[in-house]
Design a protein around this ligand. Structure first.
Ligand code: 1Q0
Length: 232
């Protein structure tokens, strides 16, 4: 992967964070997972103020989880000091599975009404990641002429309607439609990921898509095992 000089967003960094997230056979580390979202915010920043709302939304969701993690860490320190127990690796918000365990044990997850639990917050990011996976997969297709000519903006819209839109109300869907207009045309997009042709783009995008898939699938299974795919 090429390094883009002078750019804040680096696709190599995004890929590195995504690839650092999977741990053991079925878990996902939260630090690199959230760092991937930080990197996507940098991408959005390059698109201008039209998508500011989306960056803000991602920022607020990642901040909720990071705040909870910090609080849990302090609590964990206290427990270790008071009971002279050894801290466990799987404590608090280290990974998605430790977060689920911690929040369930501490009664932090509400299955009936909206709260700011880490689990319900991560579910929002998780659903958005499926959209991103679908979008980048379509964008990376390097087959027919027709495929190569479809505009990122249209692909954005179509994939959104098939995924994330199901979870959004009318107002958010309208706001999303506005944001799609800010999606640059392919040449500008290529520049942001530092490639020149569709076939080069396809290679980069497919690597990112595969990395997202691995993370998404693990999170999906972890949430599903705990009946958390519909948390309000
Ligand atoms: C130009 C980019 C278009 C992206 C289109 C995605 C549509 C999003 C529209 C959303 C507006 C956000 C307003 C708030 C929504 C919340 O109601 C909702 C639910 O949360 P809650 O607490 O009310 O239950 N929140 C969410 O659904 C969170 C997710 C927000 C959207 C995340 C979009 C991710 C964008 C990623 C950047 C794409 C760049 C790709 C570049 C990769 C290059 C290799």
């Amino acid at each position: 992967l090429r390094v883009c000089p002078g750019m804040r967003f680096q696709v190599a960094d995004l890929l590195a964070h995504l690839q650092a997230a999977p741990v053991s056979t079925n878990d996902v580390l939260l630090k690199p997972y959230l760092a991937s979202w930080d990197e996507l915010i940098k991408f959005l920043e390059a698109l201008g103020p039209m998508v500011g709302l989306i960056s803000q939304e991602i920022e607020s969701k990642t901040a909720i989880i990071r705040d909870l993690a910090q609080k849990a860490e302090k609590e964990a320190e206290k427990i270790v000091k008071d009971r002279k127990r050894k801290p466990q690796l799987s404590f608090g918000y280290t990974s998605i599975r430790s977060m689920i365990k911690w929040e369930l044990e501490n009664g932090l997850v509400d299955f009936h009404k909206q709260t700011n639990s880490g689990c319900r917050t991560l579910l929002r990011l998780h659903r958005a990641l499926l959209w991103l996976q679908n979008f980048l997969q379509e964008l990376g297709k390097d087959g027919s002429e027709e495929e190569r000519l479809r505009s990122p903006s249209d692909l954005c819209k179509e994939t959104y309607q098939h995924t994330l839109a199901h979870h959004h109300n009318w107002w958010v869907r309208k706001a999303a439609e506005l944001a799609f207009l800010a999606m640059p045309e392919r040449p500008y997009f290529y520049q942001l990921v530092c490639v020149e042709t569709q076939s080069e783009a396809a290679v980069v995008l497919n690597r990112v898509v595969r990395a997202i898939e691995e993370v998404y699938e693990r999170n999906e299974v972890a949430l599903q095992e705990h009946g958390m795919l519909d948390l309000p």
